[in-house]
Design a protein around this ligand. Structure first.
Ligand SMILES: *[C@@H]1O[C@H](CO)[C@@H](O)[C@H](O)[C@H]1NC(C)=O
Ligand SMILES: *[C@@H]1O[C@H](CO)[C@@H](O)[C@H](O)[C@H]1NC(C)=O
Length: 454
């Protein structure tokens, strides 16, 4: 008899869970379909990304990227005193561990950090000529995956401005509230504008003038137009807070292996470190850049950034090949204590796989920021790079990330296994898979929060 009672209780309990599962499934299924995040992502320990391996990222006391999630959780808790979330977890456990294990109570604090740190992240890009579409796809990757709000500073030729504004206003409202943007004309504050414009590519030297133009901005992330974010900008932003007292900018090495590096073989000017740095992804603390005195080869007393640029350019212009990147290398050769070097997975280029895989960090944790230089999004030389570009381009904002981005990506990658970079698909997929899983989880929690408010 006792046994019988137990059985009935158990059956009732299971039925309850099943009901809850159906109910929750509807709430979450609205937008996301019912695709589980993939197995491999689930096996990853739930360490906040900032605390990962070998101190790659700063220790990062505040995990800003969790504030939205915390806000959603708190909203749900207010109405339901946390019950639904706990029950959801049980239900989730019953349907194959689709959600993460319960968070520790300290993660469920009310979202005070949201109010006390409403800082924007700033993203700058310089787009000229035919780079409009590429730039928009870069911005799209930023908006899709990031958590905190972003201000876009877009420097473009006047002819491109209307199209930028039209496209950015077309994006769906749930995304437009995550960013603000401003389109600026190309301008140079010192020296001869025509001469600056000719340096390397049209407009590329513009980035050197950001500290003077964006006087009200404390810090920003500058990227080339051919960059794609495979994880939230919030994560690279944290490097800014890891600067020591003399560092004011951060970049990745130009190469991992000096023997095949361009600077180490060909440069006729000084450059940073053993292989130089690549300026396609660059964090700048503009406040510090504006206030610093820079050592240089012209005047022993030091010069401000603005004072230094034109004389430096005059002195080296006949020796430089890659334009403003070369000037940055010269500047940090004379001021190495000012540069923070971040690892290659934050600026991953074809060079990292076309001579064999040589970016260790990417092998370990996947690519965080992809940089398709050499025009690889637009030809067929590196199909893995092109595949990522195309799936982000073709993704419509409201779709299911796994169905409409991740699965097409995997299919495309099957065709690239015989190429140099296609031999290491896990390097390309690991981080974006993790990112999608987080976006998915955030949406599930937001949906449930909304449901209980009805
Ligand atoms: C940039 O440097 C200034 C001056 O040292 C500092 O006050 C500010 O907090 C720094 N910005 C960031 C994002 O770390
Ligand atoms: C900051 O770090 C850089 C690079 O590691 C180093 O050269 C510099 O001396 C450090 N500055 C201070 C004040 O420790």
């Amino acid at each position: 008899m006792k046994l019988y009672c137990k059985a009935v209780a158990l059956a009732l309990g299971l039925a309850g869970l099943l009901l809850l599962y159906l109910f929750v499934g509807n709430a979450a299924g609205d937008r996301e379909g019912d695709e589980p995040p993939l197995e491999t992502a689930e096996k990853e320990p739930r360490v906040p990304s900032g605390a990962r391996k070998g101190g790659r990222l700063p220790p990062a006391a505040p995990f800003y990227h969790q504030t939205e999630r915390a806000a959603a959780a708190a909203a749900a808790a207010q109405v339901s005193k946390q019950e639904p979330r706990l029950r959801l977890r049980k239900a989730a456990a019953g349907r194959g561990k689709k959600l993460a294990p319960p968070r520790r109570p300290k993660d469920q604090k009310p979202p005070t950090p949201l109010i006390s740190s409403p800082q924007w992240m700033h993203l700058a890009v310089v787009a000229c000529g035919d780079r409009l579409e590429e730039t928009l796809i870069m911005l799209k990757s930023a908006v899709l995956f990031s958590n905190r709000k972003i201000k876009f500073h877009i420097f473009a030729e006047n002819s491109l401005k209307p199209e930028f504004e039209r496209k950015l206003q077309e994006w769906p409202p749930s995304f437009t509230k995550k960013y603000e943007y401003h389109v600026y004309p190309i301008s140079f504050s010192v020296g001869n504008a025509q001469e600056w414009k000719k340096l390397f590519k049209p407009c590329a030297a513009q980035r050197l003038f950001l500290p003077m133009i964006l006087k009200d901005v404390d810090s920003l992330l500058y990227v080339d137009t051919d960059v794609l974010f495979l994880r939230p900008i919030d994560d690279i932003w944290r490097f800014l807070t890891a600067f020591n007292s003399t560092q004011l900018a951060a970049m990745a090495p130009e190469h991992e292996i000096p023997k095949i590096g361009w600077y180490s073989r060909f440069a006729r000017h000084p450059y940073y470190g053993t292989t130089g740095v690549n300026s396609g992804v660059m964090l700048m603390n503009l406040t510090r850049i504006r206030n610093a005195q820079f050592k240089n080869s012209m005047i022993p007393t030091g010069l401000t950034w603005e004072e230094m640029l034109y004389p430096l350019y005059q002195k080296y212009k006949n020796y430089i090949t890659w334009g403003d990147q070369d000037l940055l290398n010269i500047i940090f050769y004379f001021n190495p204590e000012c540069l923070y070097l971040f690892p290659c997975q934050w600026n991953y280029r074809p060079d990292h796989c076309m001579y064999g895989s040589n970016c260790k960090g990417a092998e370990e944790e996947g690519i965080s920021i992809l940089h398709g230089n050499r025009g690889v999004y637009h030809d067929d030389k590196q199909p893995t790079f092109k595949a990522l570009f195309e799936v982000i381009r073709d993704f419509s904002f409201e779709d299911n990330l796994f169905q409409s981005m991740y699965y097409p990506l995997q299919t495309k990658f099957l065709d690239t296994v015989n190429t140099l970079c296609g031999r290491i698909p896990q390097v390309f997929l690991k981080q974006i898979e993790r990112t999608m899983k987080k976006v998915y989880e955030n949406r599930v929690i937001v949906n449930i929060g909304a449901n209980f408010r009805l």
